[in-house]
Ligand binder design. Structure first.
Ligand code: PAF
Length: 282
């Protein structure tokens, strides 16, 4: 079990990938912010059947955090992450410093619309998708992988990245990977580490409330009623603030009146200082 090589500059990254390409390898990229858990490792395992060489990027991207968010306390553990990635046979880690991604004088960023303005995460984190799109486009351009994978846990992010890849004409296949859950159904997230034992117990209710809402939709209850009911359920379960529970078109994230084509239920709620998100196919 070899620890993957770590490169920190785009020049070293490109040199390594050029070698792979000369050997005819199809290359897969797993972009991450580190603090890796089984969900990330499943992204690596998932992409490995689509490529011969896999690389992960580890970069806590400052431009997707607002000043009041957890950029400074976001967990960082490069050697621990490298050891975890070794267990799934990852080939290379790209772990740039801030100045490599945002050089002195950096003045160019992406503006995103469509699913980025669906009124979900964007309504609570207005800076987020511009920052994500900017850093992901930079990572995709730096590595030019054949395929890249993103977790469905950040479902709106996945929709934004799919849209961006098409709009920028990047010749890269974007895969979505299913959410990996704890035994009680809580979606795995690096931010779960912030939860106290009591908060963790409440957090486990989020997925159950969504499952119950799906059952109501299947029973034919109106969408607005189901959304309102689920928000109340979350508050009663102990969440201090429910940002949204929303049933949307699965591809565009547009509002829908009825579930007549693939739909997704998405939710965000706060417990203690921690904001949790989850989503499921309806
Ligand atoms: O989902 C994440 O971990 C991040 O938003 C991403 C895609 C790596 C961009 O920083």
């Amino acid at each position: 079990m070899n620890t993957p090589r770590i490169v920190t500059s785009i020049a070293e990254l490109r040199a390594a990938l050029d070698g792979w390409r000369k050997d005819g390898a199809r290359i897969g990229l797993v972009p991450t912010m580190g603090a890796l858990h089984d969900g990330h490792l499943s992204l690596v395992r998932g992409i490995q059947s689509h490529c011969q060489k896999t690389l992960a990027s580890i970069f806590v991207n400052p431009t997707q955090f607002a000043p009041h968010e957890d950029f400074d306390r976001y967990p960082r553990d490069l050697s621990g992450d490298a050891a975890k990635l070794a267990t799934v046979g990852l080939d290379l880690i790209f772990a740039p410093e801030r100045a490599e991604m945002y050089p002195e004088g950096f003045a160019t960023a992406l503006t995103v619309g469509g699913p980025a303005l669906a009124g979900l995460e964007d309504a609570f984190r207005p800076h987020f998708f511009g920052g994500v799109a900017t850093v992901v486009s930079k990572l995709l351009i730096a590595a030019l992988p054949d395929v890249a994978v993103f977790g469905e846990k950040d479902y709106q992010q996945l929709a934004v990245i799919r849209r961006m890849t098409v709009d920028l004409g990047l010749p890269i296949e974007v895969l979505g990977a299913p959410i990996v859950r704890e035994p009680d159904g809580l979606a795995m997230s690096s931010r779960n580490a912030y939860l106290s034992a009591d908060e963790r117990a409440v957090a486990g209710r989020l997925n159950l409330v969504l499952k119950d809402a799906i059952a109501r939709l299947k029973h034919g209850d109106p969408i607005a009623e189901v959304e309102a009911f689920a928000s109340t359920d979350l508050r009663e379960a102990g969440f201090e603030k429910v940002d949204y529970v929303a049933v949307r078109d699965a591809e565009t994230l547009a509002h829908i009146r009825a579930v007549e084509r693939p739909a997704r239920i998405l939710a965000a709620a706060k417990i203690g200082g921690t904001r949790l998100i989850d989503n499921m196919t309806v």
